[in-house]
Write a protein that binds this ligand. Structure first.
Ligand SMILES: NC(=O)c1ccc[n+]([C@@H]2O[C@H](COP(=O)([O-])OP(=O)(O)OC[C@H]3O[C@@H](n4cnc5c(N)ncnc54)[C@H](OP(=O)(O)O)[C@@H]3O)[C@@H](O)[C@H]2O)c1
Length: 272
């Protein structure tokens, strides 16, 4: 797989999944990549040096997608510096403390609810449509989602992010129809829980241990948590020419965890 598109902007690529996606796109042939950060300039510089080691050139763009004009400014600046924007990937999530309270859904503060929508749904609406204006030879738009959080109601404190991700998935379907005639695909990629420097790494150690144990117990058929490389690989596939006819889809990358049936104990589902 080599990617024919030459320019890419990845919002939220100072660390976590966004960084791995930037490195993977560089490895697969994307020549110029805008690395975006909000507060982590030195982290973004690390990502920059990693993509340069893969043979790409890069530029840094700073900005906050939580305000109305922030997202648009980020894309405009990146497109100007890159001389275009063939690929847009949104991999943004605020720090856990900004969006998370360990409370029932009915108790989540309006402030946290609003930040979830501003940084996910509205940011995707604004950034994706701005980026599409620079995709004159076709292009790729990918939003990092969490479809499970939008489809279920079990993880109570996630009501804001879950609802905002559901809106992102929905926007991707509408934009896929709007942009299909221009050769632009729009999809979302939905990881399970990934390790390393991601938002998961900000949760208490006992949560991380419990999630790993759960995955290894069989509730994730592949028996492990995902890695940023697992997610980056799917994003790169979506940017390849081979993926040109797939659009408006929400792809789950979770080692099969979403296939398990919550109505039955594991031992009844998977005989030893
Ligand atoms: N990690 C997982 O297991 C997992 C699971 C499901 C879905 N996802 C989704 O995958 C994406 C990436 O997650 P991650 O865990 O890799 O995140 P992460 O490591 O916490 O990185 C988040 C990125 O978002 C940026 N950011 C935060 N608030 C921002 C704002 N207001 N405006 C602009 N940029 C902002 C950060 O920039 P600075 O650091 O420079 O401030 C950073 O680059 C997210 O959309 C997340 O919801 C992740």
């Amino acid at each position: 797989m080599r990617i024919k598109f030459q320019t890419a902007l990845i919002t939220g690529s100072s660390r976590g999944l966004g960084r791995q996606i930037a490195v993977k796109l560089a490895r697969e042939g994307v020549k110029k990549i805008a690395i975006h950060y909000r507060t982590g300039k030195s982290d973004a510089e690390t990502t920059l040096s990693l993509i340069e080691a893969e043979g790409a050139s890069g530029t840094l763009v700073q900005g906050d997608v939580a305000n109305a004009s922030g997202g648009e400014n980020i894309v405009m600046e990146a497109a100007k510096k890159l001389g275009g924007c063939d690929i847009y990937v949104q991999s943004v999530v605020p720090r856990l403390g900004e969006i998370y309270e360990h409370v029932m859904a009915t108790e989540l503060s309006l402030e946290k609810w609003q930040l979830a929508f501003d940084t996910q749904a509205r940011a995707f609406f604004v950034c994706a449509r701005t980026a599409a204006k620079f995709m004159s030879g076709g292009g790729r738009i990918i939003g990092l989602s969490y479809t499970m959080g939008g489809r279920t109601g079990g993880w109570q404190p996630w009501v804001g992010m879950g609802s905002a991700k559901a809106a992102m998935d929905s926007i991707s379907r509408y934009f896929a129809v709007a942009l299909g005639r221009h050769g632009i695909t729009v999809n979302t990629v939905s990881p399970g829980f990934s390790d390393a420097s991601t938002v998961v790494g900000q949760t208490p150690q006992e949560w991380q241990d419990a999630m790993l144990k759960w995955a290894e117990s069989g509730w994730t058929p592949m028996g492990r948590r995902g890695t940023p490389a697992d997610v980056a690989g799917i994003c790169a596939l979506l940017c390849s020419d081979e993926a040109r006819f797939m659009t408006g889809q929400a792809l789950t990358v979770d080692g099969g965890a979403c296939l398990m049936n919550p109505h039955f104990p594991l031992a009844l589902q998977v005989p030893a």
